[in-house]
Design a protein around this ligand. Structure first.
Ligand code: ADP
Ligand code: ZN
Length: 672
């Protein structure tokens, strides 16, 4: 299902066309206002029903057709005879000036005599008569031909729109439906944004440097037979500078930059998305080397539906077309496709395969240092007072993304201008920050200073616990920079290469996971909802220990592990055993919690140190922690290379509850 099915073969029949054509015909019928056809009657009928009551307005003697056309006085139309004949389709203004009846006449002379005698005999006033040539025959015909012509033209246009190259038309034409809306930043001057305009994001910059270098001199890479990535996925919350980074890449490499949003592909008309993708790549090929940037790729790249009801044909066609195009050009074409999303988890796995978006560059909200750098960039054009403290500004804006900071700078300038100041000072920024927070509160997660310190102690608790527990994973970094929309902070560990766990290791893992809550308890005397995710994890581990791994003395060496989940309703154990299991799980967790509290009370000083430093720096790497509280007292064996750590094991203290997944407790990517 990766290649476009039938996309290349040209137009597919589509039910919407039929709807369209029916609509056109209806509209035309309305506009043309077809006159009622002539009713053919006998001369006898004419005389008795029309002439005798005096309804005739005039008569046309159409000699070349051997017919007489009868016009009726408009005030007589409501008479029963006419209503019956035309089944009520008559109205005075509709039939004005059109004959309604016709009857045949072969011998004109005899007819005139007959009419004359009839009129005299019945005392009917003479009627107006004129001799005409028949022009009427081509009137209705013209109407029909004209209508048909319009339908055919509309049909052809539609076919060309839908069909693409195979039907000879290709995208373009009067409606421009199939044209991609990509904005091209080319127009003579190239993109003039460079890496200097992108503050922070140092790790991401290093990763994209290679791509920039390739765009600058592709020969260097291809001559060695290397394959260059075709695409990279920029993953991060909105406003963190994904578009900016992509633009800066184009600016650094001095190549054209195509930018468009995933939602631009999704249109009302079937087939338009695929056609736009084709057009985009056609344009890009002409301008290569170049960069294509697709914002919000999740709009088209969502995993294709597994059930018929939920599936969306149009989006799937678009996605298929994108895959086809990405496979279609060689690595040396010089087209790099960048895409941005903040939901990499919902993307179709086909998009993430090698040769497509096989690189993920993660772009998180900036930490204090990053925010300071971003402030510096955006303060450039602003007249600021000398007393402005950049570091303080950065400290006061935890959780802000780059776009929010740009917003703050702009607001501050406006506020100062309103007050008629010479330069923007700290108080203006204070007001601006308040205002931006007010706006953000509904949209985004921003963190109040008090919450920030709870989070810092929570994370420090995890880190210290892990540091002094022999079997815990070695710490990589701990941060209180919010990540995505769900996580407030996290501690990241390097998982060891390990597939078997013993009781001690699992117990240590539980303790470490409880470290956050224990720290909150010790330092604040109360606990918060931030540990919900931690609790979910330890509950899972503890239940697995008792019911799956046979690690509990009382329950014994039994395993109720049920991968097929067949027994969701009937448990494979008795009610007593069920009670016992619950009790044992509780006692495991209680024991672990007591142990954690004990450990952290002993190491209170260290937790405090880490938490304070976290509040200041927001990110602490392993080396920072070593500096603060000394080397870890246990030897670390069998470390994975840090670079190889696939999706880093992270811990999430968030209130968002993910559905518990019961059998991943021994996964080496265990999130702790
Ligand atoms: P995204 O594409 O991630 O939603 P953008 O790249 O559109 O975010 O960022 C919006 C604006 O925020 C940028 O135009 C820039 O002014 C500002 N911005 C964001 N991140 C940064 C950064 N790291 N350095 C400087 N400015 C930034
Ligand atoms: Zn936690």
């Amino acid at each position: 299902m990766e290649k476009g099915d039938g996309q290349r073969k040209g137009p597919k029949f589509n039910i919407y066309w039929v709807y369209g054509i029916i609509a056109i015909v209806l509209i035309l019928a309305q506009v043309m206002n077809f006159s009622p056809e002539l009713k053919v009657i006998s001369e006898q009928q004419f005389r008795n029903e029309i002439l005798l009551p005096g309804d005739v307005q005039k008569l046309d003697l159409v000699k070349n057709k051997e017919q007489v056309h009868v016009y009726i006085k408009s005030d007589r139309l409501s008479k029963e005879f006419y209503v019956k004949q035309f089944k009520g389709r008559l109205s005075a203004d509709k039939v004005k000036g059109t004959p309604l009846f016709a009857f045949e006449v072969v011998d004109w002379k005899a007819f005139e005599e007959r009419l004359d005698t009839f009129c005299k005999a019945n005392n009917v006033a003479e009627v107006e008569m004129r001799v005409v040539k028949a022009p009427e025959w081509f009137g209705p015909l013209l109407n029909t031909v004209f209508t048909l012509l319009i339908i055919i033209v509309a049909w052809i246009l539609l076919m060309r729109k839908m069909g693409g190259p195979a039907s000879g038309g290709g995208p373009g034409g009067i409606f421009n439906i199939g044209k991609s809306k990509a904005t091209l930043f080319d127009k003579g001057a190239k993109v003039n944004i460079t890496f200097a305009d992108v503050a922070g994001l140092d790790e991401a910059k290093v990763e994209v440097m290679e791509i920039v270098d390739f765009l600058k001199n592709p020969k260097k890479y291809t001559s060695l037979g290397g394959k260059i990535p075709k695409g990279a996925l920029l993953v991060g919350p909105p406003g963190t500078g994904k578009t900016l980074l992509a633009k800066a890449m184009a600016g650094e490499a001095q190549v054209p930059f195509f930018s468009l949003s995933g939602s631009d592909f999704v249109e009302m008309f079937v087939g338009v998305g695929a056609s736009r993708v084709r057009d985009l790549f056609k344009q890009a090929r002409e301008k290569a080397p170049c960069i294509i940037f697709i914002d919000e790729i999740d709009a088209i790249g969502r995993a294709r539906g597994r059930n018929a009801i939920m599936s969306n044909d149009e989006r799937e066609n678009t996605l298929n077309q994108l895959l086809v195009e990405m496979d279609g050009f060689g690595g040396d074409t010089g087209i790099i496709i960048l895409a941005a999303t903040n939901r990499p988890d919902v993307l179709d796995s086909a998009l993430l395969r090698p040769g497509r978006f096989d690189r993920q560059i993660s772009i998180d909200r900036p930490d204090v240092k990053g925010r300071e750098a971003i402030f510096k960039v955006h303060l450039g054009p602003i007249k600021i007072s000398e007393t402005l403290d950049l570091h303080k500004l950065a400290e006061q804006t935890p959780g802000f993304a780059g776009a929010d900071i740009a917003n703050v700078c702009n607001e501050a300038a406006l506020i100062a201008a309103r007050k008629g100041k010479e330069a923007v000072d700290m108080s203006d920024f204070q007001d601006a920050i308040d205002r931006v927070i007010g706006g953000l509160e509904k949209k985004n997660k921003i963190i109040a200073p008090h919450e920030k310190s709870v989070i810092a102690y929570h994370e420090a608790g995890h880190a210290v616990c892990g540091w002094f527990l022999e079997h815990a994973y070695p710490l990589l970094k701990v941060t209180i920079v919010p990540r995505g929309t769900a996580a407030l902070g996290y501690a990241q560990y390097t998982p060891t290469e390990q597939y078997l766990y013993n009781t001690d290791q699992l117990m240590d893992q539980i303790c470490m996971t409880l470290g956050g809550r224990a720290a909150e308890q010790i330092f604040f005397g109360k606990i918060s909802t931030g540990a919900a995710n931690d609790l979910q994890q330890i509950t899972r581990i503890a239940y697995s220990m008792v019911t799956a791994y046979g690690m509990n003395k009382k329950v014994g060496n039994v395993s109720f592990y049920d991968p097929s989940q067949e027994n969701t309703f009937t448990k494979p154990y008795s009610e007593e055993t069920g009670k016992l299991i619950d009790e044992e799980v509780r006692s495991i967790i209680d024991e672990a919690y007591q142990r954690t509290i004990h450990l952290l009370t002993e190491k209170k000083e260290q937790v405090e140190k880490l938490a304070k430093e976290l509040l200041d720096k927001e990110v602490l790497h392993k080396s920072d922690v070593e500096e603060l509280i000394g080397k870890r007292p246990f030897e670390e064996k069998k470390l994975l290379e840090v670079e190889e750590t696939p999706p880093a094991a992270t811990e999430v203290i968030a209130e968002e509850t993910a559905a518990p997944d019961t059998n991943t407790t021994t996964d080496s990517n265990e999130t702790v």
